[in-house]
Design a binder for this molecule. Structure first.
Ligand code: SF4
Length: 461
C-alpha cells in the first residue's frame, strides 16, 4: 500500500531514474517491434493466443481438476492455497519435512505476491534468488520494479557498485560479462548445496500434467533439477488444456517480453526423478494459489484480467510506467496490469489510487499479446470505486454535468454564465486543483459552439 501520487512525484524528480528507464524502454520497444514487424502474422498469432487464454478461462474449474489428476498421476504433489498465507505455510511444511534449511529460487511473481522470501527468512530458512535481476534486487534489499526485468531501474554503474560492496572479493567493473561472471561464481555452488528449489510456472498443461517454465539464464533449470525437492508456485489462471495451446503462448510471451524469438531455456517438467533418470529432484510439488482469482473469474467484466501471460509489454509501452518506474506503484505488479490486478486481489483500500493513474491512452491494449482490455477494466474499476465513495465532490460535479447535458435550455444557460464569469473561478478551486497544480487553468470560451453556430446561421432548432 502506498501513495502513487507522491511516489510518482519523487520518481520524476530523479533524472537518473528517468534516464535509466528511458534507455531500457526504448530498447525493449524496438526489440518487440522488430519481432512483430509483420502485421498479419502478429494479428493471427495474437488471435490464436487470445483464443487459448479465453478458452482456458471458460473451462478453468474443469481444467484445474484435470491438472490435479494428471500431475498426481505423474507423482507431482498438488496443494491448493486460497491465500498467500496458506501457500507460505505449505512451502514451509514441505521444507521442514525435508529438513531443507536453504532454498534457491527462480523468478516467480506469485512468490512475490506471497512475500515468500520474508516469510521464510522469519522462519529461519535461507532463501537465495538465482535469477540475475532478482539477485541484484535481493542484494540491494529492494523489491522488483518490473515483472520481467526486476532491476530495470538500475544502470550498470549502480550494479557494479552494489557487487563491489556486497559480494566478497568482487572488484569494481562495469563490464556486463564480468558482472555476470561475478554473480555466476557467487551462485553456482549454492544450487548443489540447497535443500530445495522454488520456481514459478508460466503455463501448466492439464492434459499431460506438465509444468512449463521459461527462462534465459539456466538458473531455473538448475533450481528445478539440482536440489532434492522442487516446489513450483502458480496462480490458478495459468492452466491451459493441451501442449498445442502452449506453442502460441510461448511465442507471444517471449517476443513481447524481451523481443526474443524464443528464450534460451524452455523447461517442461512432468515428474520427479524417475528410476532411470540421471538427475532431478526426488519430490516435485505444485502449489496452486487463488488469492482472489476465483472472484475475478466469477465477474464477467473483470475476468479478462486473468488472460494475462505476464509478458510486461504493457509496462514497457506505458507513458506513465516508463517515466515513474515500478516502485512508484508500491505493488507487486506495477504498470497497466498492476493497475487492474492489484485493486482486484488486494482491494481498493490498498490500491484504490492505481486505476486513476492512467491517461487511458490505450498503448497497453495495442501491444498486449492476449488482448487484455486494460482500459475497459480501468474504467470499470473507476466506476466501482466511485460507488464505494458515496457522495463526493466529484460525483456531485459529474451528476451536475450529466443533468446539464440532458437539458438544452440548462446547457445554454450554464455555458453562457461560464463564458461570462468562468474566468473569475480561482485556479485553486477544489475541483480544479488537481489539474491546475501542474497545468494552466482551462479557459472558458466567451461564446459556446452552439451560440457561434446560431450566430453563423447554422441553428437547426
Ligand atoms: S496485460 Fe498483456 S501486455 Fe500486460 S503483462 Fe499481461 S499479457 Fe503482457
Amino acid at each position: 500500500m502506498g501513495d502513487f501520487g507522491k511516489n510518482a512525484e519523487a520518481a520524476l524528480a530523479s533524472a537518473k531514474l528517468r534516464g535509466n528507464l528511458r534507455r531500457a524502454m526504448d530498447g525493449l520497444m524496438a526489440k518487440r517491434g522488430a519481432q512483430f514487424a509483420d502485421a498479419d502474422e502478429w494479428s493471427r498469432l495474437r488471435a490464436l493466443g487470445t483464443n487459448v487464454r479465453r478458452r482456458s478461462l471458460a473451462r478453468l474449474p474443469e481444467l484445474l481438476r484435470k491438472l490435479e489428476e494428471t500431475c498426481t498421476a505423474n507423482a507431482i504433489q498438488v496443494h491448493w492455497a486460497e491465500t498467500p498465507a496458506e501457500a507460505n505455510q505449505v512451502v514451509l511444511d514441505i521444507l521442514r519435512r525435508n529438513g531443507a534449511e536453504t532454498v534457491v529460487k527462480g523468478k516467480s511473481m506469485v512468490s512475490e505476491e506471497m512475500h515468500l522470501n520474508g516469510y521464510l527468512e522469519e522462519n529461519g530458512v535461507e532463501i537465495l534468488e538465482t535469477d540475475l535481476g532478482e539477485y541484484v534486487i535481493q542484494l540491494a534489499g529492494e523489491t522488483p520494479s518490473h515483472i520481467i526485468m526486476p532491476c530495470i531501474h538500475k544502470n550498470r554503474d549502480e550494479i557494479a557498485k552494489l557487487f563491489e560492496d556486497k559480494i566478497e572479493g568482487a572488484a569494481y567493473t562495469e563490464d556486463p560479462a564480468e558482472l555476470t561472471e561475478i554473480a555466476r561464481k557467487a551462485l553456482r555452488r549454492r544450487f548443489a548445496e540447497a535443500g530445495a528449489g522454488v520456481t514459478g510456472v508460466n503455463f501448466a498443461v492439464a492434459e499431460t500434467g506438465t509444468l512449463c517454465l521459461v527462462e534465459n539464464e539456466g538458473n531455473g533449470r538448475m533450481s528445478t533439477t539440482l536440489p532434492p525437492v522442487h516446489i513450483a508456485v502458480m496462480g490458478i489462471e495459468k492452466v491451459v488444456e493441451s501442449l498445442e495451446d502452449v506453442a502460441p503462448l510461448l511465442s507471444l510471451l517471449t517476443r513481447s517480453a524481451t523481443g526474443q524469438g524464443i528464450t534460451t531455456y524452455v523447461n517442461m517438467i512432468s515428474s520427479p526423478r524417475r528410476a532411470d533418470d540421471r538427475d532431478g529432484p526426488r519430490e516435485v510439488h505444485l502449489i496452486l494459489l487463488d488469492n482472489g482469482r476465483s472472484s475475478i473469474h466469477a465477474d464477467a467484466d473483470l475476468r479478462p484480467t486473468l488472460q494475462c501471460i505476464r509478458c510486461g509489454a504493457c509496462m514497457n509501452h506505458c507513458p506513465v510506467y516508463s517515466r515513474v518506474g515500478g516502485h512508484a506503484y508500491s505493488s507487486v505488479y506495477p504498470g497497466p496490469i498492476g493497475k487492474i490486478l492489484m485493486p482486484q486481489i488486494s482491494g481498493f483500500a490498498c490500491y484504490g489510487d492505481l486505476p486513476g493513474a492512467s491517461s487511458l491512452c490505450g498503448a497497453c491494449v495495442d501491444v498486449c499479446p492476449v488482448k487484455v482490455p486494460i482500459t475497459d477494466i480501468l474504467v470499470q474499476l473507476r466506476a466501482r470505486l466511485e460507488k464505494t465513495k458515496g457522495l463526493s465532490l466529484g460525483s456531485v460535479a459529474w451528476t451536475g454535468w450529466k443533468i446539464m447535458h440532458a437539458s438544452p435550455g440548462l446547457y445554454r444557460l450554464v455555458t453562457r454564465v461560464l463564458g461570462l464569469v468562468g474566468g473569475l473561478i480561482p485556479r485553486c478551486a477544489p475541483l480544479l486543483r488537481a489539474w491546475t497544480r501542474v497545468r494552466a487553468k482551462p479557459r472558458f470560451a466567451p461564446k459556446s459552439l452552439h451560440r457561434l453556430a446560431r450566430e453563423g446561421g447554422f441553428d437547426h432548432e
